[in-house]
Ligand binder design. Structure first.
Ligand code: F6P
Length: 346
């Protein structure tokens, strides 16, 4: 049995733990592993490498992915699906483990419907994949963001400033919520909860009234904010270009907010955009363990012929769900959780 392993989309800490686990578990069954380079691009171009025990030795604690990644979408190419299927046959793959978020798994889902033997492993720092309680990479991103918030706290306090910290997460506020609550933010702004500028300003002024001379605001890159008299709010994007999966590059809302807050409250404000720091470096213990469990489970799924399905964390257990379900919608922050966060606002 020859099992391919592919990592696609944005990298995240824990990917190497999954790759290592798949190889380790495959060896138990006497299977061979082939690493596909740079996501779906490697299957479009037949760019592979053998993965044996030595190839995955010493990678558990390393960030990124030893296989490289890309945002290549085979369905953007003429005969892309056919190319992937034919190239997989040429390589001699019996099955593939696709490790990725909604885009990579969206491709896996379409291929699976065309009869391709693929199982999925949920990866993204955004934690926005449906059907799994957590994706690996998220915990590391949250801890990096929390650490940054802690550091920004001391300088905010010294300078009596409003510090606006922008975190990633695309159209979901999971990183902002977890890092914001853990870091003791005075306000958290997320895409799921549109907020009027006046409400932000009121919270800042209330804090000032009770003698708090600094504020920490955590804002998700996909949050939308509008003037009180405006009905439609806008996303702040870095440019208008779309990637192969139709996403715009978000980023910059913290700077926009800092300027407005300073103008409207007179409080000196600064923006910090954490950016790709959240995706880099060594995974936390949680992500190493979750990635290892997902990797082992993916091999079990192949053994059991559970194709078109994705490993998922439900409570404390690893289970499998249809990839279809995972990519059917974005998992977003619910009302109840936000209400809890609001207790700490102001
Ligand atoms: O999906 C992961 C993510 O880090 C998002 O949070 C972010 O919007 C996006 O990827 C950034 O993508 P890129 O690395 O292509 O700039």
């Amino acid at each position: 049995m020859k099992v391919g392993i592919l990592t696609g989309g944005g990298d995240c800490p824990g990917l190497n733990a999954v790759i290592r686990a798949i190889v380790r578990k495959s060896i138990r069954y006497g299977w061979e592993n082939i690493g596909i380079e740079n996501g779906w691009k490697g299957l479009m171009e037949i760019d592979t490498r053998p993965l044996d025990l030595n190839a995955v030795s010493g990678i558990l604690q390393k960030g990124g992915t030893i296989l490289g990644t890309s945002r290549t979408n085979p369905y953007k190419f003429k005969n892309g699906e056919k190319t992937v299927i034919e190239n997989s046959q040429k390589i001699g793959l019996d099955a593939l483990v696709a490790i990725g978020g909604e885009d990579t798994l969206g491709v896996a889902n379409k291929l699976s419907k065309a009869g391709y033997k693929v199982v999925g492993v949920p990866k993204t720092i955004d934690n926005d994949l449906n059907g799994t309680d957590y994706t690996f990479g998220f915990d590391t991103a949250v801890n990096i963001a929390m650490d940054a918030i802690d550091r920004i706290h001391t300088t905010a306090e010294s300078h009596h400033r409003a510090m606006i910290i922008e975190v990633m997460g695309r159209h979901a506020g999971w990183i902002a919520m977890h890092a914001g609550i853990a870091g003791g933010a005075d306000l958290i702004l997320i895409p799921e909860k549109e907020i009027k500028l006046d409400d932000v300003i009121n919270i800042m002024n209330e804090r000032a009234k009770r003698g708090r001379t600094f504020s920490i605001i955590v804002v998700a890159e996909g949050a939308k904010i509008s003037e009180s008299d405006q009905k439609n709010s806008k996303l702040v994007t870095q440019d208008k270009k779309l990637d192969a999966f139709g996403h715009v590059r978000l980023g910059g809302i913290a700077s926009v907010l800092a300027e407005i807050i300073e103008k409207k409250t007179g409080i000196e404000s600064r923006a910090t955009i954490l950016g790709h720091i959240q995706r880099g470096g060594s995974p936390t213990a949680f992500d190493r363990v979750l990635g290892s469990r997902f990797g082992v489970y993916a091999v079990e799924m192949i053994k059991a012929g559970k194709f078109g399905r994705m490993a998922a964390l439900k409570g404390a257990e690893i289970v499998d769900i249809p990839i279809d379900e995972a990519v059917s919608k974005t998992k977003t922050v619910g009302e109840k959780f936000y209400d809890t966060a609001k207790v700490f606002f102001g």
